[in-house]
Write a protein that binds this ligand. Structure first.
Ligand SMILES: Nc1nc2c(ncn2[C@@H]2O[C@H](COP(=O)(O)OP(=O)(O)OP(=O)(O)O)[C@@H](O)[C@H]2O)c(=O)[nH]1
Ligand SMILES: [Mg+2]
Ligand SMILES: [Zn+2]
Length: 307
């Protein structure tokens, strides 16, 4: 039979098979492709499984080819990666203007990752009920002005007050498999609970920045929504590892630069200081946002130092 992995608890996997859930384990070792993974099976994977004789449990015999996945560098094992989730229709980045404030640098790193995985992304601004003051209004305005022209939808919601969910958010997630990502404390689980009440995910106030590495959600888990579609809740991320992007490839993952590629004088142009660079020209003319360009430069240099 065929099923979809909705949760992994160490050596056991919870698999959804025709609306029912079943515990399954892996038999033997799986040969993975070129990737070095800390988890052989990820949430979202479609698997082939067989019932164990006389038992309620099953054995996974095959992982069906992944359509796509979101991956991060392992924090524990060097040179290893961890698949956060697979077979996604879109990634939802939950952002907040305070407690914690999501930086534009973080948003851009996330979007570069999803562009490189070819997964459409949207931005959900949560905790709108807490918006106050000019500085916060400006932050919000920047988010709209920078990202919407690039094709990323920006939705404003309050998960806690259940505002903007049914009218604005639901149409985006219906009938799709969506990953919910973002810093710890932005309200990913609160958002999920509002849409899937029986999920009962733990939510918790973040206790300031001293409590580093404390995440309320510690495993990714897939939930089906009553209106159709799946949401995958994930642990908060501090940093999003960008994997194996070549220097002159990075601009492919910035939609506003992508359209000018091939027009620069040199075909290996990195758009930093090369003569005849069309990206620099468009930046000067105001067609590329200076914040986005600055983050492009930051990511380029950071990746450079990892090589
Ligand atoms: N004011 C307000 N608070 C919210 C909102 N959404 C979530 N919160 C609060 O923010 C805190 C963190 O929420 P969680 O849902 O646990 O955050 P998370 O993103 O799942 O965090 P991790 O699981 O650690 O990654 C909780 O105290 C929530 O009650 C909102 O829309 N408005
Ligand atoms: Mg959570
Ligand atoms: Zn260039």
């Amino acid at each position: 039979m065929k099923g979809r992995v909705i949760k992994s608890t160490g050596s056991w996997y919870i698999v959804q098979v025709e609306g029912k859930v079943i515990s399954a384990r892996l038999k033997g070792k799986f040969k993975q492709d070129e990737l070095k993974l800390t988890n052989p099976i990820a949430v979202g994977d479609w698997v082939e499984l067989e019932k164990e004789a006389g038992q309620e449990t099953a054995v996974i015999s095959e992982i069906l080819p992944r359509e796509n996945y979101v991956i991060r560098k392992s924090t524990r094992k060097q040179h290893f990666s961890h698949i956060i989730a697979s077979n996604l229709d879109q990634a939802i980045l939950v952002i907040t203007m305070k407690k914690p404030r999501t930086s534009l640098g973080f948003i851009d790193r996330f979007l570069v990752s999803t562009e490189s995985f070819r997964i459409p992304a949207i931005l959900v601004v949560n905790k709108m009920d807490q918006l106050e003051g000019e500085d916060e209004a400006e932050w919000l305005q920047d988010i709209h002005e920078i990202y919407e022209p690039l094709g990323y939808s920006v939705l404003e919601v309050s998960a806690l007050m259940e505002q903007g969910l049914k009218e604005k958010f639901l149409p985006f997630i219906q009938g799709r498999s969506s990953l919910i990502a973002g810093h710890s404390g932005v309200g990913k689980s609160t958002l999920l609970n509002a849409l899937v009440p029986e999920a009962k995910q733990d939510t918790k106030e973040i206790s300031g920045y001293s409590a580093k590495g404390v995440h309320t959600t510690t495993f990714a888990e897939l939930f089906s929504i009553a209106e159709g579609g799946d949401l995958i809740d994930t642990p908060g991320i501090k940093e999003f590892g960008i994997l194996d992007v070549e220097e002159n490839e990075l601009s492919h993952f910035f939609p506003e630069m992508r359209k000018y590629l091939g027009q620069c004088k040199y075909n290996n142009c990195t758009h930093i200081n090369e003569p005849g660079c069309v990206v620099l020209q468009k930046l000067e003319q105001g067609f590329i946002h200076p914040y986005r360009y600055q983050n492009y430069v930051n990511i380029l240099h950071e990746e450079d130092s990892h090589r």
